[in-house]
Design a protein. Structure first.
Length: 277
């Protein structure tokens, strides 16, 4: 009897794996206990872990991204998210500084019951909308940040577009194809073209501006869109692959980073370099 051929790994297989919950139990708590309002999510145990700071969108509380943060933590990544500058006149410059402070806390304080520590050479930044733009500002000022990911990134003041050219770390920018607040053509696309290091941009075709958030919030009456499971799942899979590769040299998501997946193809015009060589 002929042997059945072994199924080869594929980008789809990697996406299915990495968009599911990872192998670690997850803890989450109040970042204010160590000096800054916000949320921290960690694996239950682990030393010398990578850490990512996540910036919230305009008027959004960090809890609207809790599922994404818990997902990254389940794959062994500590995530901190400052809950400052949530008003309509938020300071982008000061919020970027708070994101850097959150990384200081993650890298300098034993988390949980003391069994969790972060490697200060494995730090990344990410964010949605305003928080994405502020992640770019933070990375331009902080060489410790080794990887940047944005979701529906928004231009900021000072300019994230100007700051992008200063960042040599690799970046993954996910734009929302139906975003009426931060349309890719005026935000994620020019930021990607200006990026100083390897960069990949993908547009999630049917996503809206708030598609990356979860739960119900009063801002859905003012801002465009609503939470979308498909959008959130793509973000979980791609950000997990990206940060595992960039911060932990974990290559299991390389195929996913190098190939298209349904609903989120690579924008070749606004991509240069390789995230997973």
């Amino acid at each position: 009897m002929a042997r059945k051929a072994k199924k080869l790994p594929s980008a789809k297989h990697a996406f299915v794996e990495l968009s599911r919950r990872g192998p670690h139990d997850v803890l989450h708590g109040d970042l204010a206990l160590v000096g800054l309002p916000g949320i921290v999510c960690t694996p239950r145990t682990g030393t010398n872990l990578p850490a990512v700071v996540f910036g919230h969108g305009l008027l959004q509380p960090p809890r609207r991204y809790l599922a994404l943060m818990r997902h990254l933590a389940s794959w062994g990544i500590v995530v901190v998210s400052p809950a400052t500058h949530r008003g309509p006149l938020a300071s982008h410059r000061l919020y970027a500084e708070d994101m850097r402070t959150a990384l200081d806390i993650a890298a300098g304080v034993r988390l949980g019951d003391g069994r969790i520590s972060v490697d200060p050479t494995k730090l990344g930044a990410a964010g949605h909308a305003m928080g994405g733009g502020c992640a770019v500002l933070a990375a331009a000022e902080d060489p410790r940040i080794k990887a940047v990911a944005t979701l529906a990134a928004a231009e900021t003041l000072p300019s994230a577009l100007d700051a992008a050219a200063k960042v040599k770390a690799p970046a993954l920018h996910l734009a929302a194809g139906e975003d009426l607040l931060t349309p890719p053509v005026a935000n994620a696309e020019p930021i990607s073209r200006a990026w100083g290091g390897p960069v990949q941009m993908r547009t999630i075709k049917k996503a809206t501006h708030l598609g990356f958030t979860e739960g119900v919030h009063w801002t859905q009456l003012l801002l465009h869109g609503k939470p979308e499971y498909h959008t959130q799942r793509i973000a979980k899979g791609l950000l997990t692959a990206f940060f595992l590769r960039a911060l932990a040299n974990d290559r299991r998501g390389d195929l996913l980073l190098n190939e298209n997946i349904k609903g989120a193809t690579i924008d070749q015009v606004n991509t240069h370099g390789k995230l997973a060589a």
